[in-house]
Design a protein around this ligand. Structure first.
Ligand code: ADP
Length: 397
């Protein structure tokens, strides 16, 4: 039986992720990843009906273009190409210009490109991916779904820094926030699971993956979030430092550090990796901690303490709180992380239901706190589904 399918593309600087989403059921029919772009071992791998396969790309040439061309051939081989009705692109930065999903035309593409100054690693890569997709599928409508869009409802007191306003006016320096698609999705799902309408639901969503951020969602809208002008801010992450005394930057510059050194240290060598001296991966941190590794233990403690501190501070953004929602690779899977965070929140009445938290570890998601205590829950995120749904909504509008 043929189904309407939406192709979701997330084009990064050295990778390109794709997923073919069934527009009715939301199921991913085909998922894949092109990686190591720009290197001699660039390749594309994919999963279809439980089977995995991969192929190498030519060592030289434009790997984004090659990956899309391989994808087109694959879709033809699998007999899926003719069922695609739209393409949805994940775009990291929409600045203040984009507060919702838009149909991509030449003007929108230029604007995404112009926002590259704010997201130098991401937006140029999105533009390359969008161009390649437009060339390969000239007859399909394409949409851009922005990571920043959900946070455009933040009030001025949440998005302004305590800096001279000239910096906002001249350079657009303000909090934008990221992971918006994920925070939006899990806040909507939380409302459903709590039996409330989204616009009457207040939650704190906790997205913990390699990148991590927290969002206060008031009556369905983002009112504050922990990532800022860049995704380096807020929580400690796999390799990013999160919040930092800005004086440290000044101090390191006085010691001869330059912009590249700082960028490398704060974004690539900090977080779990920097503190543990071992790994950026949460699973590795937990395993090492259980074997008595001091650096891993410290990394785990800083991470979970900071998550709890942020949750506590975001309570002031809301008048009521229906639930704390954990999501992302760590939030969905790491029982010890959730457990440690809830212990820090004891003063607010949170009590872990250990059996429920244990079950959530094995894929059974839902509420992980004891009956008649404040609610914390686990909800798997699904950014691809949001991108597909938003694209379809505009297609049918
Ligand atoms: P990204 O931000 O790159 O999308 P993910 O959301 O996939 O990342 O999250 C990756 C993180 O999730 C890694 O730190 C990984 O260790 C962690 N993770 C994945 N599965 C588990 C698990 N079963 N237990 C603990 N942590 C996990």
């Amino acid at each position: 039986m043929s189904h309407s399918l939406v192709l979701v593309i997330n084009s990064g600087s050295s990778s390109l992720k794709f997923a073919l989403i069934d527009a009715v059921s939301g199921d991913a029919r085909l998922t894949g990843l092109g990686e190591c772009f720009g290197l001699s071992d660039a390749s594309v791998s994919w999963k279809y009906e439980g089977e995995k396969a991969s192929c190498a790309l030519d060592a030289t040439g434009n790997h984004h273009q090659q990956a899309i061309e391989r994808l087109v051939t694959l879709l033809e081989e699998l007999g899926l190409k003719q069922d695609i009705i739209a393409i949805g692109h994940r775009v990291v930065h929409g600045g203040e210009r984009f507060s919702q999903t838009v149909k991509i035309d030449a003007h929108v593409l230029n604007e995404i490109d112009a926002l590259s100054e704010l997201a130098p690693l991401h937006n140029p890569a999105h533009v390359i991916g969008i161009r390649a997709a437009m060339q390969a599928f000239p007859y399909l409508p394409q949409y851009a779904v922005f990571d920043t869009a959900f946070h455009q409802t933040m009030p001025a007191k949440a998005y302004h820094y305590a800096l001279p306003q000239k910096l906002y006016q001249d350079y657009g320096i303000r909090r934008y926030g990221f992971h918006g698609t994920s925070h939006y999705f899990v806040s909507q799902e939380a409302a459903k699971q709590l039996g409330k309408s989204a616009d009457a639901t207040n939650v704190i969503t906790v997205h913990l993956g390699n990148g991590a951020s927290i969002c206060a969602v008031r009556e369905g809208k983002s009112v504050d979030t922990s990532m800022g002008f860049t995704p380096t801010a807020g929580l400690m992450m796999g390799t990013r430092c999160g919040d930092l005394d800005p004086g440290i930057i000044d101090f390191l510059m006085s010691k001869g550090w330059n912009q590249a050194d700082l960028q490398q240290a704060l974004n690539k060598e900090a977080g779990f990796l920097g503190v543990s001296g071992l790994t950026s991966d949460c699973r590795g941190i937990v395993e090492a901690m259980e074997q008595g590794h001091e650096g891993a233990k410290l990394a785990f403690e800083i991470f979970t303490y900071r998550v709890a501190k942020y949750i506590a501070s975001y309570m002031v953004s809301l008048d009521e709180l229906d639930a704390i929602v954990f999501t992302g690779g760590i939030g969905e899977n790491s029982l010890p992380v959730r457990s440690a965070v809830l212990k820090h929140l004891k003063i607010f009445g949170y009590r872990e239901d250990t059996a429920a938290n244990e079950k959530a570890r094995f894929g059974e998601k839902g509420i992980i706190t004891k009956p008649n205590t404040p609610i914390a829950m686990v909800i798997p995120t699904n950014e691809e589904w949001v991108i597909a749904k938003e694209s379809m909504a505009l297609l049918h509008a």
